[in-house]
Design a protein around this ligand. Sequence first.
Ligand SMILES: [Zn+2]
Length: 436
Amino acid sequence: MRSVSEAVELLQRLIRFNTVNPPGDERACQEDLAAHMEAAGFECELLGRTPERPNLIARLDGEEPGPTLCLLSHTDTVLATPSEWARDPWSGDLHDGFVWGRGALDMKSQTAAEAAAACGLSREGWRPARGTLLLIAVVDEETGGADGARWITETHPDKVRCDYLVNEGGGGIIEYGGRRVYCLGCAEKGVFRFAVHTDGAAAHASMPRLGDNALLKLAPLLERFGARQPSYRLTAEPRAFLETIGALKPGADDAAAALAKVADTEPRLVPLVEPMLGVSLSPTRAFASEKINVIPSQARLAVDCRVPAGLGEDAALEAIHEVLGAPDGAYRLEWTEQVIGNRSPIDSPMADFIRGWIAGQDPDAVCAPVVLPGFTDSRTFRDAFPECSAYGFFPHRHRTRFETDPLIHGADERIDVRDLEFATGFYRDLTLALLG
Ligand SMILES: [Zn+2]
């Protein structure tokens, strides 16, 4: 039996620290990782808004000035309900070729692969020919990064500024028309959450005609959300994705026809691809009367709305009016959250390296840009450092996204050891390519 690799051993250790956020409590996990990096020759700092939740910055400087490459990850996780799992979520068990536990995909696996690659190079005596290698493991990603990526980029920008960044949000594979497609995370959608309000008049619920029930006025609006999504808007990344997989002819514009082709070829891909094609609207919560015997004078529907990278309130509003019709007194709109999505170029030295690396490892496969429907810490780093090219890439070779996506934030999260090692090789080669 061959011995366990550094990445596997590290991942098992990281999983055994319970870092469910909230509260996160990542300190012990971060200290363990810092000790590992320090022993390999990295200069480490633990910096946090609170002592319980420090962010780790590990650096290895080259002889000459040059670019900074940041290997980013987060070490907090979402919760896990042990009764729903086949194995203890914090066991870090190695079983049947998989490492099991919360964080095995999202994303202590990437932390372990990045750290194993970086430490391996450093222990061999390698140093950047020019520039700096940073390994940053932040806390608090799962609840928005107020103590993590946002805090560290605002409070210590000079310690974490970088030119190239690799993070979660890509690298998974899909199969399409008999070909393997590696997803390169280039962009993240914005969040434009809003509430739809309707107004009426309160009365005793026992005499319905005395009031004007605001809740009933929500019903037709709710139905309109069920009937359709806004029209598609083909931005640069979904266009390139659809062209790369062969669902859209170069220069063509018909996103709906391309999606129909995807549905014919690989129906499992439709829910993954459709959110890339424009604004999405999902009503998630409704509120009306506080009391069961009072006809509500006000009702409110909360809607989660995601907008393509770079687009803002105007695009969201256009989509809302398209689905609901112009307000015309039938409803009022209130914005509750606005975050503009951002992107890195589809073509850049780092993106070119990634495509070339995949071509070398898996010659029959292609690498296609994708847009994340949600967002990661990459969004924060792109905002803080506009010159930084940031990509989501943790390459999996053996397990497809059809197998791994349902395990993320779900039960029985686990990673194929061969994929963990494939990704470790990628981070090593990426570091050598960009820093020499
Ligand atoms: Zn994550």
